[in-house]
Design a binder for this molecule. Structure first.
Ligand SMILES: [Zn+2]
Length: 158
């Protein structure tokens, strides 16, 4: 595994342990060249999913992109990396067990929203404002109403 900091090809595994209910292996790695430390996750890929973009273009489902959506929405929010990983794994498992080989980016976005709703209200609202631009689905309106009601009862931290 190449070091993400200096590009060295020669990184070492310091520690391996099961994560996320044994659906993945988490490895702590260290780069002997620059001393950089990073974590990798190893998982089973059940099959390949295609995502249909709003434009109609199809792209291979990319778990890392899903993680990045969460990271952007959760930027500077107090949510553990492990919780993000679990939320992403949950979505991937649902997608994989749906039996579909193609899924719309809108459906995935809705699942991200649902997951964010239970992780962090601020991140939910951030993501919702992006998602609103590409969806007018009834499901989405319903989710927004729900979160708005929740925020009204329990105002966001300043
Ligand atoms: Zn390095």
């Amino acid at each position: 595994m190449r070091c993400p900091y200096c590009g060295s090809e020669d990184t070492q595994v310091k520690d391996s342990r099961p994560a996320e209910d044994n659906t993945s292996i988490r490895r702590r790695r260290i780069c002997p060249d620059c001393g950089g430390r990073f974590t990798t996750f190893e998982r089973v890929q059940l099959r390949e999913l295609m995502v249909i973009k709003k434009t109609g273009r199809k792209v291979l489902f990319d778990r890392d992109k899903l993680v990045r959506s969460f990271e952007i929405a959760l930027r500077k929010r107090p949510v553990d990396r492990d919780r993000i990983e679990r939320a992403v794994s949950g979505i991937v498992r649902r997608l994989e067990s749906s039996g579909e080989t193609e899924i719309s980016s809108e459906q995935i976005g809705l699942q991200v929203l649902e997951a964010l709703k239970s992780l962090d209200d601020v991140a939910f609202v951030r993501y919702a404002s992006v998602y609103r631009d590409f969806s007018h689905a009834e499901d989405f309106e319903h989710v927004i109403e729900e979160i708005n009601a929740k925020i009204a009862r329990d105002p966001l931290d300043p």
